[in-house]
Design a protein. Structure first.
Length: 350
């Protein structure tokens, strides 16, 4: 499961970045950006409807980010998520709709992928030196520790009750880590607030998670570039058009460490309890929901280039897989038909 090793996913593993017309920031009545969740956010609204002002947009954003911190953050010791994690009760625990929603979204992806996306894998991620509360720097945690942690995890050990919203652990040591879906949830939530305000043209980006609707300042669909998965570079590998959908990328080229020549990825496979070691550098997924894209990108990254592509095709997901080539610094890409339909023709004006 993806976990940045920094607060709320600083510099997500394989970022996406918006490309306004002419490759410059398009002018508009609302252009906002700032720090949040340990990363940054950007909002572009080229036109506001009558009766909606900048203050209403800013208030909507602030409200969502406050909700995320109070309910979903593993870094805030007073958050609802941390309170659930520190409880050893195996009884039903009533939770807020804010916490319940991303957990339910995550569980749906877990079931569809046989647990390759799993919100209970956080303790294993920490054991490998990433995420909230991590400190490990060794090449490999002790096998005994990994076995102990694995015994307390598993998405099937977390029960959900939708009405009233409640969660229940089947083992006292189970924990939830929402770093792999909460940023996408926040983008979806901000977009929903914009829709309620009557805003129909916007782009929201948070830590590399992107959702766009309508048209940019030039009246064209928003275009977003998928970054080449190469550390220290900001180069577009592919460009796609978005309208009413979200996109997320998971990868291993930004957040990793090397020990004795071995790359230790922050993406941990819940099935093995160890970081992935295949040649896949990044996976980009486009879905109606950014939270869903966020979770699916992680799941497909865990599965790897062959198994992941097979699942993406079976599920008819719009997905781009970029794996490392034989030559240093080279990459080879595979994509589903659904993703190919979103691509902008090479050489087209951005």
């Amino acid at each position: 499961m993806r976990n940045s090793g920094r607060r709320w996913g600083v510099a997500l593993a394989a970022a996406l970045f918006a490309l306004p017309a002419g490759c410059t920031r398009a002018p508009g009545p609302v252009q906002l950006d700032g720090p949040t969740m340990g990363t940054t956010y950007t909002v572009s609204i080229p036109r506001l409807p009558d009766g909606t002002d900048r203050a209403a947009v800013e208030a909507a954003i602030a409200d969502v980010l406050r909700e995320a911190d109070e309910h979903l953050s593993g870094w805030n010791d007073r958050s609802e998520l941390v309170r659930f994690n520190t409880s050893s009760s195996t009884d039903w625990q009533t939770v807020s709709p804010v916490l319940f929603e991303p957990v339910a979204q995550a569980q749906a992806v877990s079931r569809a992928t046989n647990g390759t996306f799993d919100v209970t894998v956080g303790p294993l991620v920490r054991a490998w030196g990433f995420g909230a509360g991590s400190s490990a720097e060794a090449a490999s945690p002790p096998a005994e520790l990994l076995a102990q942690l694995s015994a307390n995890m598993g998405y099937e050990k977390l029960e959900l009750r939708p009405s009233p919203p409640a969660l229940r652990k089947s083992t006292p040591g189970l924990e939830i880590d929402l770093d792999g879906i909460a940023p996408g949830w926040a983008v979806d939530r901000i977009a929903a607030r914009f829709e309620a305000l009557g805003v129909r043209d916007y782009l929201v980006e948070l830590g590399g998670e992107v959702r766009a609707r309508g048209a940019n300042a030039d009246g064209r669909r928003w275009r977003v570039a998928v970054e080449t998965p190469q550390a220290g570079a900001r180069q577009a590998y592919a460009v796609i058009e978005l309208d009413g959908v979200g996109v997320s990328t998971s990868g291993d080229y930004r957040d990793y460490r090397e020990v004795d020549g071995r790359r230790i990825s922050h993406t941990v496979d819940p099935r093995s309890g160890a970081p992935v070691e295949h040649g896949l550098a990044s996976v980009t997924v486009v879905c109606e929901s950014v939270a869903e894209a966020d979770a699916w990108a992680t799941a497909l990254m865990v599965l790897g280039p062959q198994e992941g592509m097979a699942v993406a095709r079976r599920e008819r997901r719009a997905a781009l897989f970029i794996r490392r080539g034989v030559e240093p610094g080279s990459f080879v890409a595979d994509e589903t038909l659904e993703f190919a339909r979103l691509r902008v023709t090479p050489g087209a004006r951005l």
